[in-house]
Design a protein around this ligand. Structure first.
Ligand SMILES: Nc1ncnc2c1ncn2[C@@H]1O[C@H](COP(=O)(O)OP(=O)(O)O)[C@@H](O)[C@H]1O
Ligand SMILES: [Mg+2]
Length: 239
């Protein structure tokens, strides 16, 4: 194992010259105009930019939810643009946790059931699932609210459920698209601090998008995106 750790690359994700052009009717929208950057291991990286700058597009490409028009994206050294759809889906399911601005929880399921579902899909047995569901819900501070459904929880609590769900299958990389976008600033900072704790305690690499400058103070590294280009790179106080 020591050899494996020594061989670990510095970056979990390496993007090179990534271009994404959307075609809408007869017109082309150049959402990404050649992004080159890395997501360092066991750190918190931000993609920061205004609405429309290309943050969600980039995150979706890393997650394999969409494909770049040109350029290269390596995940743990593997070129993901060369993978077929089934392989891409498998890579996402096994190695990447996704968190969204609007939580995307199933409304009729309890917190417990929302988290349990992804472990069922992953094919875990009932005992293993039960242990991990309780573990991750405790980790995010919701041990006492496991049986509540989303409408019985605050926005911050719902986001914690969605983070627990993303963490349940032990992903190496957690991608969160504007995870604080629907929350007041104090609750939002609590969520970002939770990401830091997960990074420290579970060793997960975190990459999130934001347009909130306050979040930068808690990040190790921030890439500033303007109109589909990286215009700056800032090492945070933690970096
Ligand atoms: N599916 C799509 N089809 C066409 N244009 C899109 C699509 N998704 C995003 N865009 C455009 O790409 C640009 C970047 O969008 P997006 O990545 O959502 O930015 P952000 O997440 O930073 O707000 C915007 O101009 C947006 O309108
Ligand atoms: Mg977005």
């Amino acid at each position: 194992m020591a050899e494996e750790a020594a061989a670990e690359a510095e970056f979990v994700v390496e993007a090179r010259d990534v271009v994404k052009t959307y075609r809408r009717g007869g017109t082309a929208v150049e959402a990404l105009k050649g992004l080159t950057f890395g997501i360092p291991r066991r750190r918190m990286t931000l993609l920061k930019g205004r609405s429309g700058s290309g943050k969600t597009t980039m995150l979706n490409l890393i997650a394999g939810l969409d494909r770049p028009t040109s350029g290269s994206i390596r995940f743990e050294g593997r070129e993901t643009t060369a993978l077929g759809d089934a392989e891409l889906t498998r890579l996402r399911r096994e190695h990447i946790g996704l968190v969204f601005q609007t939580f995307a929880l199933l409304p009729t399921y309890s917190a417990y059931e929302n988290v349990d579902l992804v472990l069922r899909i992953a094919g875990l047995g009932v005992r293993q699932r039960d242990r991990r569901v309780r573990e991750v819900l405790s980790l995010v501070g919701l041990a006492k609210r496991m049986n509540h459904r989303p409408f019985e929880l605050s926005g911050g609590e719902q986001q914690r459920v969605s983070i627990a769900r993303a963490m349940a299958p032990h992903p190496g990389l957690l991608l969160a698209d504007e995870p604080t976008g629907e929350l007041d600033s104090a609750t939002g900072l609590g969520i970002v601090r939770l990401f830091r704790r997960l990074m420290e305690e579970e060793g997960v690499t975190v990459c999130l998008t934001t347009h909130d400058a306050a979040v930068m103070a808690l990040a190790d590294l921030t890439y500033e995106i303007v109109d589909g280009r990286i215009v700056g790179e800032v090492a945070g106080a933690n970096g």
